[in-house]
Design a binder for this molecule. Structure first.
Ligand code: BGC
Length: 395
């Protein structure tokens, strides 16, 4: 369902409070026939911007609010392209925030944990931060126990993006641009990046990444929202399906071994939906390496860039459903194993396993694994990747 009930409820309450019901005065039958027109009057597709605090450099940041005709809200800031809030209705039409985060930029700077962030140049880890390209060796910034994670300590998740809003008849969005200079975090080439965020009236949020370079360089961008469809508490009773028959096992530093292992008969089998907690506590070498789930699943796709449903996340208590689709070959499922209850944001305590990340992307450490799909972008080529979140409820 498409939140029509919520729309109608918002619509009716807007009518009641604003008495803006000129079109529906008269019979009930008449009110029903004009309802679609009212939707746009009561909950207009809208965009707004507000101050979000200052960076240590003194630069001011902005938070943008996108609202669709059904009342679904996505908020994003120009700092790190961070998605700060996603408000969707539960099965009773009550709006709730389904991602962890903060209500000011100072906390994003302070906690540095990629909450909601736009990740680049490279999502997840590159072993020892090293790779060789065209005979030349590169050393990247080491920001994760001797490895390179999420593009480095000054990755795209921590830069100030140029942001321009746009609106179409059926969607509202933001275009973010940034140029990462040659040598940034150790990567070769000037990389020009454009990312488009678009919230549609069909309750979908699309993220489209594109980039060009003037030297060959690895690129693997993704998004890092911490989802909890109940809004707070642990996620062990929420259910997950991942459309994958294989995953990439890792070593103790969470670097893939290079093997593509079958999930069938293991704790990694999410090919049919079940609770996250079902097998997370089982004795298993790979779960031990990840401290829980923190692995890349190899999506069941016939081509590396095929669009398809990657994962479905469902909360039986609220009825909320999140479908994650992409044109990527893999998805990182991280079960919030490093959350420890020491951080609170937007009034929610980030408890151990209090959210999950579902990050469609190329496989971690691809620049060092010749059997993984390539992540090298060459001059003259255009990097393109797309992620879609579809918000729904199950009765
Ligand atoms: C990684 C985790 C990491 C987390 C940081 C995930 O994508 O796989 O290992 O701790 O990001 O938020």
């Amino acid at each position: 369902m498409n939140f029509k009930k919520l729309t109608l409820a918002l619509c009716l309450s807007a009518c009641a409070t604003q008495m803006a019901c000129a079109d529906v005065t008269g019979s009930t039958a008449k009110a029903q026939t004009v309802a679609p027109k009212l939707v746009q009057t009561a909950v207009p597709l809208s965009f707004s911007a507000a101050p979000f605090g200052k960076l240590p450099t003194g630069e001011a940041t902005t938070v943008y609010t996108l609202t669709n005709a059904n009342g679904v809200v996505v908020k994003a800031t120009n700092y790190g392209g961070v998605l700060t809030s996603i408000l969707t209705p539960d099965r009773n039409g009550k709006l709730g925030d389904i991602i962890l985060g903060f209500d000011n930029v100072e906390d994003y700077v302070k906690y540095k944990s990629y909450f909601g962030a736009l990740i680049g140049r490279y999502g997840n880890r590159i072993g020892k931060g090293q790779f060789t390209l065209d005979g030349k060796s590169y050393q990247l910034d080491l920001n994760d126990k001797g490895n390179h994670l999420h593009g480095g300590s000054k990755g795209f998740w921590s830069v100030l993006w140029d942001v321009k809003p746009f609106k179409t008849e059926t969607s509202v969005g933001l275009t973010l641009t940034h140029t990462s200079p040659d040598g940034d975090q150790g990567y070769p080439g000037n990389l020009k990046v454009t990312v488009v965020y678009e919230l549609t009236n069909t309750d979908e949020f699309f993220i489209r990444y594109s980039a060009t370079t003037d030297k060959p360089t690895p690129v693997n961008m993704t998004q890092h929202p911490y989802f909890n469809l109940a809004g707070s508490g642990e996620i062990l009773n929420q259910e997950l399906m991942i459309n994958a028959s294989r995953y990439t096992p890792v070593d103790g530093g969470l670097i893939p071994t290079g093997e593509l292992a079958a999930v069938a008969g293991t704790v990694f089998d999410f090919s049919t939906s079940h609770t996250i907690g079902k097998m997370i506590g089982q004795p298993n070498e790979q779960l031990k390496n990840g401290g829980g789930y923190d692995h890349n699943w190899v999506l069941n796709k016939k081509a590396t860039n095929e669009w398809g449903l990657d994962a479905r996340f469902y909360d039986p208590a609220s009825g909320r459903v999140l479908d994650v689709s992409s044109d990527q070959p893999g998805i990182q499922f991280y079960s919030g194993n490093f959350l420890d209850g020491k951080i609170t944001g937007k009034g929610v305590n980030f408890v151990y396993r209090g959210a999950i990340c579902l990050e469609p992307q190329h496989f971690p450490d691809s620049p060092n694994k010749s059997n993984f799909p390539t992540t090298i972008l060459k001059p003259g080529e255009v990097y393109a990747a797309k992620i879609g979140y579809k918000f729904d409820v199950k009765k």
